[in-house]
Design a protein around this ligand. Structure first.
Ligand code: BG6
Length: 486
């Protein structure tokens, strides 16, 4: 260990959350509905029909939650703003109470010396924009997003330094437009790539406006990054892994950082008639919006082989428990059958890795690989904006939560992150997912990530008592010595 370099003095040890997963108060103080308020009410979409109407009631308990953060010594807290709290119709009239809530939250964090990291969009598009414009499928929404950004930059630009534009654009577009497991509940790759392009433009507009309004701030997207391994040293498998990297990662990161789409994937989509429509001026706009940093959410990567899959077996992959960065997630369905053109890749099991209870590979070395790949390709400072373990936590008879498995998981990942820092990766901070337990979008409360247990179940809200887990105390010590003794 002594060969590893120390984390920077001002390293931001943090934890993260998202509005819909914690706030509750879904219609309080003038908030408008979001697409998630509607989607979770569709029977069969979420585990036991859970929704964020109440979540963990953070809207009413944020002071208690922030006090727990400060007792832990947390240096940064990443949260997202609910757009429809600020603009109930997504555009037009501003809701003062919504803005007050976030300013109070930010003030409270600052009072405890906790750096706020504000995510503008963590998936909860105002429902009004979905209904009026078909959401991200229409360019009108870019204007609405600009207004939303303008309001927040104006109000919080002097208080918040770190801003995240979009959380995991790869995940919410794939889940929403290809797999129908997020709103808007579609399975149409043409629509996916059109909407995705419009979101790229919105991202660029948000960054451009930021430069004018918050010149001292730092802004960037948070991407769900997974490194891709070839199943074997066969050149065909290696080519497949390059295809998968291009398709799953560069498809977004190149646009953010270089202002252009990767050539091979673009041509592939063109041949299939599903490439996005690029209007004049689009590429110029994308080029003008280089981020200050890249947010990286890391859970795991994926392994691929040359594509030999029979199309009929694809259906078996289409269940709710696949995870965000699995390579097959993004692949157009038609590509997964034998194709005479460019058979891009086929997802495969990795024989070297264990999995979580939810079938997600546990791959700490992949974290180091991810950080190095992204840093080497894009040459921007990185900020780990999510990493963590979803598990079923049990409260013991003594009322404690002995989550040694989570400590073990985080410890291994932070160790690999330290190696990446030693390698030379420039890292701003690390936000574990998550601070408190929260609503898993699709898995209710049985899949928990927090340092702080929240005593509620799907059916029974109980008192929602907060109980720091063993991992809370472990992370507190780690922060205190800046990761020296991991
Ligand atoms: C990330 C999201 O994709 O994964 C989070 O940004 C999410 O919002 C996290 O909660 C874990 O996903 P899940 O499905 O295990 O709750």
């Amino acid at each position: 260990h002594d060969k590893l370099e120390a984390f920077p003095e001002d390293f931001l040890w943090g934890a993260a959350s998202a509005a819909y997963q914690i706030e509750g108060a879904f219609d309080a103080d003038g908030k408008g509905p979001s697409i998630w308020d509607e989607f979770t009410k569709i029977p069969g979409k979420t585990f036991e029909g859970t929704n964020g109407d109440v979540a963990i009631d953070h809207y009413n308990r944020y002071k208690e939650d922030i006090r727990l953060m400060s007792e832990m010594g947390l240096k940064a807290y990443r949260f997202s703003v609910s757009w429809s709290r600020i603009l109930p119709d997504g555009e037009g009239k501003v809701n003062k109470e919504g803005l007050d809530f976030y300013e109070n939250l930010v003030d409270e964090l600052i009072a405890y010396n906790i750096e706020p990291v504000l995510t503008l969009y963590h998936w909860d598009l105002p429902l009004a924009l979905q209904e009026k414009y078909k959401g991200w499928e229409s360019r009108e929404v870019i204007q609405a997003f600009k207004q939303y950004c303008q309001v927040l930059y104006g109000r919080l630009g002097k208080k918040v330094t770190y801003w995240v534009t979009f959380n995991e654009q790869n995940v919410f577009t794939s889940m929403g437009y290809r797999w129908a497991s997020h709103p808007p509940n579609a399975t149409d790759t043409k629509r996916l790539f059109e909407a995705n392009h419009i979101i790229n433009l919105a991202n660029a507009e948000a960054i451009k406006l930021f430069r004018k309004m918050v010149p001292k701030g730092k802004i960037g997207p948070s991407f769900g990054y997974g490194p891709v391994y070839p199943l074997s040293a066969s050149p065909d498998d290696v080519l497949a892994s390059e295809n998968a990297t291009d398709f799953n990662n560069s498809w977004w990161l190149d646009v953010y950082c270089k202002g252009k789409y990767p050539t091979f994937t673009f041509k592939q989509l063109e041949r299939k008639g599903i490439a996005p429509t690029i209007e004049s001026g689009d590429l110029e706009l994308l080029k003008q919006a280089k981020p200050d940093f890249l947010g990286i959410n890391y859970y795991h990567g994926g392994t691929v082989a040359q594509n030999k899959i029979e199309s009929k077996s694809i259906e078996s992959l289409n269940d709710k428990n696949f995870s965000a960065t699995d390579p097959y997630l993004m692949q157009p369905k038609e590509e997964q059958s034998q194709s005479p053109e460019v058979p891009m890749f086929q997802s495969s099991e990795n024989p070297y890795l264990n999995k979580t209870e939810w079938g997600w590979e546990i791959d700490p070395v992949g974290f180091r690989v991810a950080l190095r790949e992204v840093y080497a390709r894009y040459d921007l400072p990185l900020f780990v904006t999510e990493n963590g373990l979803g598990a079923k936590d049990m409260v013991t008879d003594e009322g404690t939560i002995e989550d040694d498995y989570r400590i073990d998981y985080l410890n291994q990942h932070i160790m690999e992150m330290k190696k990446a820092v030693t390698d030379g990766v420039e890292l701003i901070g690390y936000c574990a997912w998550s601070f408190t337990d929260l609503l898993s979008w699709l898995n209710g409360y049985k899949k928990r990530y927090g340092f702080v247990y929240v005593d509620r179940t799907e059916q029974d809200e109980k008192e929602m008592r907060r109980i720091p887990k063993k991992s809370y105390h472990w992370y507190k010590e780690l922060i205190a010595d800046n990761g020296e003794n991991i």
